[in-house]
Design a protein around this ligand. Sequence first.
Ligand SMILES: [Ca+2]
Ligand SMILES: [Ca+2]
Length: 285
Amino acid sequence: MGQWRTTSNCGVPKPFICIIGFDQPVQAVTTPKPSLICDDHWTLKSGRCFQFNDTKKTWLDARESCQSQGGDLATVDTNTIHSFVIGSINRNDNEYWIGLNDRTQNRKYIWIQSGSQLSSFNKWCKNEPNDYTGTESCVQYFTTNLCWNDRSCSAQLKYICQKSPRNIPLRPPVTTAAALISAKCGPGWQERPQSQYCYSFQGDLLSWQDARQVCQKMGGDLASVHDRAEQVYIQTQLSSSFSMWMWLGGTDRSREGGWSWSDGTPFQFLNWAGGNITIKIKNEK
Ligand SMILES: [Ca+2]
Ligand SMILES: [Ca+2]
């Protein structure tokens, strides 16, 4: 947070800084929900992490591979997840194992991760499952139709793993202990008389839009920075755990390259990384 940087991707979750002016109506500090996060090479969807594996394996070996990473073969039990799957797999070579099978009892299909029986939601291909030659007990996404087919479990296919996301625990506001309660702005805010503002440092990772909403719910807005002293003040409040990029209220959403602060204060002090104030930057919706 030494300098500012622009980004075209306002959806990337980052910690953020809220401010509120002195003597404004203050509402209780609301704590945002903990963020869900997936490990590298896993994708978050519907509160689950998915991984598409292109190494072909038998259903059991595929399952073992998922399990060795703390997951299991994927459960596809909603249209949202089905759409996500077919949007994620390669249409030219899209035979992927999922966690559905009738290995225990023929025609009784079970999702392996939960052990629950297949509900009325299904994506069977036409005339499937057909238990061809009486040896098909595992289920795959099938060729061009992107629907389900029962298949011999010993076939070697790509596979989709699933596991639970991690919760990023809420970090306490990073503040000096003495400043935790501000008489001017209430608990959770640090007051800075020089600028007549209070500041709140939020460790939760949110998109710019969501971060701004949290600040607004608290009665303020995303932080604006108006002079070198304020910039230095903010930097000194951030412990080393906030070494990553944080959201400020700067935006050029209303006019490309026309930077403004979301709280409406003048955009006068500049602190761009590289010191170049004429950088052409895209900051899209
Ligand atoms: Ca069968
Ligand atoms: Ca079949």
